[in-house]
Design a protein around this ligand. Structure first.
Ligand code: ADP
Ligand code: MG
Length: 395
């Protein structure tokens, strides 16, 4: 991917800046923000722009209102939280576009902040409607994209708008591209990828790509049972995506001829049902009983993986090794997380649930970088162009 201009490469002093952020935060039933990590991740860009005396028009999506106004998904709680974090007022308008928005935007003074309503209330956002993109662009002189988590979508506020304004990356976007890019371009070796999580269909693209670039590929989680099945093993009632078998077979053959060493679990913790307090036992991977399901990797596997991790100098991890949310099946993820944290390797983590697992085990601060982008970081690692990045000016 070509290097992209960032907000440091252009003169933004006193300019009117349209800033796309990813404030797609989790809300509880009362509409309270349960985790403001994504808001905090954009603060450096917002503060940088304010220091330069730019006026800031912020925009984000939240949830999936599907092109309609959904009151529960209005951005008022987001505006309030941002205000608390910045210690400065944040104006908010109740629509995405229109006269009120244009007037408020025109009145902004240097350093002031305006937040538009949830972009996905407008049907033109996800359809990348040109009219919407033009209207958004008309509010400002420069477009800054800091929404790495939304960069894999060609939407009006990520891709479309970049055609109508000088478009550059924000500081978070820059950091994400740098961290993820550096381990792909010039990794210190051995380079180990750890892939788990629930759906093989989500991860097969990464496995394929990693077979070309890593030294070791450690697999776990629900996704690895389709890999085991393709080797002819009985997997009981473990997660299985039959329609993926053919592509998985292709990937497994590629693995045989690859320089990367592919590791599959040697033992697994199996449960009788998919329930937190189901009865469970440890079995060798060849001995999964009919009707039981694998919900974690076992101690032998942990030991093997630990040795590989300890010798690695670069690690990319996406996807928990088991159902870490339930104590009986958390050991695999916890021990792998500890091994990564104490490896001394450059460690980059992608994926919302993987980040949640690190937080659960108190290891967030002990890895090099946790990406804020779920789907976006995976597509980037797969080598797919991200439309929201492609559309920015080349450096
Ligand atoms: P990430 O968000 O980090 O990309 P995924 O969304 O791919 O991770 O997968 C996370 C989910 O996978 C977790 O909720 C976890 O409970 C589930 N999971 C892990 N291992 C298994 C398994 N063996 N069977 C069923 N679900 C699993
Ligand atoms: Mg997930």
């Amino acid at each position: 991917m070509a290097r992209k201009k960032t907000l440091k490469d252009i003169d933004i002093s006193g300019k009117r800046v349209l800033l796309r952020v990813d404030f797609n935060v989790p809300l509880d039933k009362e509409g309270k923000i349960t985790d403001d990590k994504r808001i905090r991740a954009a603060l450096p860009t917002i503060e940088y722009l304010r220091e330069k005396g730019a006026s800031i028009i912020l925009m984000t999506h939240l949830g999936r209102p599907k092109g309609k106004v959904v009151d529960e998904l209005r951005l008022d709680p987001v505006a309030r939280r941002l205000e608390e974090l910045l210690g400065t007022p944040v104006k908010k308008v109740d629509s995405v576009i229109g006269d009120e928005v244009s007037e408020e935007a025109a009145q902004l003074k240097g350093g002031e902040i305006l937040l538009l309503e949830n972009l996905r209330f407008h049907p033109g956002e996800t359809s990348n409607d040109e009219e919407l993109a033009r209207s958004l662009a008309s509010l400002a002189e420069i477009f800054v994209n800091d929404a790495f988590g939304a960069a894999h979508r060609a939407h009006a506020s990520t891709e479309g708008v970049a055609h109508f304004l000088p478009a550059v990356a924000g500081l978070l976007m820059e950091k994400e591209l740098e961290m993820l890019g550096s381990i792909l371009e010039n990794p210190q070796r051995p380079f180990t990828a750890i892939l788990g999580g629930n759906k093989i269909s989500d991860k097969l693209g990464m496995i394929d790509r990693f077979l070309d670039i890593v030294d070791n590929l450690l697999t776990g989680g629900g996704m690895c049972f389709t890999l085991l099945k393709s080797k002819g093993m009985e997997i009981g009632d473990s997660l299985f995506e039959e329609e993926q078998l053919e592509s998985v077979g292709h990937t497994m053959r590629k693995a045989e001829g690859s320089n990367a060493q592919l590791y599959l679990p040697e033992d697994v913790v199996v449960a009788e049902r998919f329930e937190q307090d189901a009865s469970y036992k440890l079995v060798a991977v060849e001995e999964i009983p009919p009707g039981w399901m694998g919900l974690d990797i076992g101690p032998k596997t942990i030991e093997t993986y630990r040795r590989v991790i300890a010798e690695s100098r670069t690690i990319f991890w996406n996807g928990p090794m088991g159902v870490f949310e339930w104590p009986a099946f958390e050991a695999g993820t916890r021990e792998i997380a500890r091994a990564v944290a104490s490896s001394g390797a450059i460690s980059v983590i992608g994926g919302g649930d993987s980040a949640a697992a690190l937080r659960k085990f108190g290891l967030e601060e002990q890895v090099t970088y946790i990406s804020t982008g779920g789907g976006a970081s995976m597509e980037f690692m797969e080598g797919k162009p991200l439309p929201g990045v492609e559309a920015l000016l080349d450096a």
